[in-house]
Ligand binder design. Structure first.
Ligand code: NAI
Ligand code: MG
Length: 354
């Protein structure tokens, strides 16, 4: 099996290093790792944030382990050269339309959540975010207007796009508590009206799953007021981006949440996917050993589960992380002093005693 490792920028390489240490500790047979440049570092070395060699490497692999992209030194570049285009390019070129972002309260971290501990304890949800459409991929540009320069981005979803992500979400709900909340803004957006109608149609095929609909503004409010009501949240690219960061803060830190981006391509042992923490390159803490590698390590667990058919090892990593978080090894994001490397080492220590 082949894994393409794309550490990227800022804290990306720092947290990816820790997940690779964890992978190494598992001593899995027949695994080959390839490493490629992506993001700002790729732009600086090759003149493009997603060089064709990197894309080819990702295509040839069974899974991609991704760190993060984003570099303040690239902020003034034209959009097509910005580091963030690399992750958008990977998602669309590799057909990764389904982004799974689980958020569950960790025992022992309730006090770190901005929510009341009893609310934080009740969080156990999965955001299923559509990843290949919406305003991120619509036509965009700048034009003159009566009010001066005007930037614009087109938002759209077609039926086929909504159908496939809806199936992903209903199937995920079936394996969980069988409750699906579709989040949209159907009271004002045409995109959302089509979205909602399609979701309702697909629901016929999943009579065992309870479906409800929520406007995104209400969903943001409900997520902090009573997050325990959510099981699976199905939503579009933009709303999912925002709500999943919010869900991470409810759990305790953005440094804790992992994600899987999946498409339709099957590997020998599962589904091809790209796995990454939900956070970005965090330039404010890069190079200081302050990044929490837990999100990256849990992304590795998702990779093993979804792409390599290694459920046992995925579960072991998740338990090792949970055991680490209940101990006193905590990073700065959780009010502690442990470094990125110390947290990685502690997870490996716990993994060995499982
Ligand atoms: P960010 O997620 O990088 O950071 C937000 C805040 O959370 C910062 O204060 C940061 O220090 C903290 N943080 C993030 N990850 C952490 C971790 N593992 N441990 C401890 N603290 C952590 O988002 P921001 O600042 O909005 O964006 C920074 C850059 O990352 C930008 O260039 C942005 O475009 C890019 N970005 C890239 C993503 C990706 O590669 N998929 C996703 C989100 C942002
Ligand atoms: Mg985001």
């Amino acid at each position: 099996m082949k894994i393409a490792v794309l550490p990227g920028d800022g804290i990306g390489p720092e947290v990816t290093r820790e997940s690779l240490k964890v992978l190494d500790a598992l001593s899995l047979p027949q695994l080959t790792l390839f490493e490629g440049d992506v993001g700002g570092i790729a732009y600086k070395r090759h003149g493009h944030p997603l060089p064709s060699e990197t894309l080819d490497m990702a295509r040839a692999a069974d899974a991609v382990l991704f760190g993060a992209v984003g570099d303040p030194e690239c902020d003034s570049l034209p959009r097509q050269h910005r580091p963030e285009q690399a992750i958008l390019g990977l998602r669309s070129e590799l057909g990764l339309f389904a982004n799974l972002r689980p958020a569950a309260g960790f025992p022992g971290l309730e006090d770190l959540s901005p929510l009341k501990p009893e609310l934080a304890r009740g969080i156990d949800l999965l955001v299923v975010r559509e990843l290949n459409g919406d305003v991120y991929f619509g036509e965009k540009g700048e034009r003159e207007s009566a009010g001066g320069r005007e930037g614009w981005d087109a938002m759209s979803y077609n039926e086929a796009e909504v159908e496939r992500i809806a199936h992903t979400a209903f199937r995920a709900a079936r394996k969980r508590r069988k409750k699906l909340t579709s989040v949209d803004k159907a009271n004002v957006l045409e995109t959302s009206r089509v979205w909602r109608e399609v979701v309702v149609q697909i629901a016929d095929q999943y009579p065992d799953v309870e479906l409800d609909h929520m406007y995104v503004d209400n969903a943001a409010m409900q997520l902090v007021r009573s997050p325990g009501q959510f099981d699976v949240i199905l939503t579009g690219n933009l709303f999912g981006d925002i709500l999943s960061d919010q869900a991470s803060a409810c759990v305790g830190s953005i440094g804790l949440l992992a994600s899987a981006s999946l498409g339709e391509r099957q590997t020998d042992l599962g589904t091809f996917g790209l796995y990454e923490p939900i956070h970005g390159s965090a330039p404010d803490i890069a190079g200081q050993g302050k990044a929490n590698p837990v999100a990256a390590i849990l992304s590795l667990a998702m990779l093993l589960r979804h792409s390599l058919g290694r459920e046992t090892e995925a579960g072991q990593i998740e338990r090792a992380v949970a055991n680490t978080l209940t101990g006193d090894i905590r990073g700065a994001d959780l009010g502690g002093t442990a470094t990125t490397q110390e947290i990685g080492d502690a997870v490996i220590g716990n993994l060995k005693s499982i």
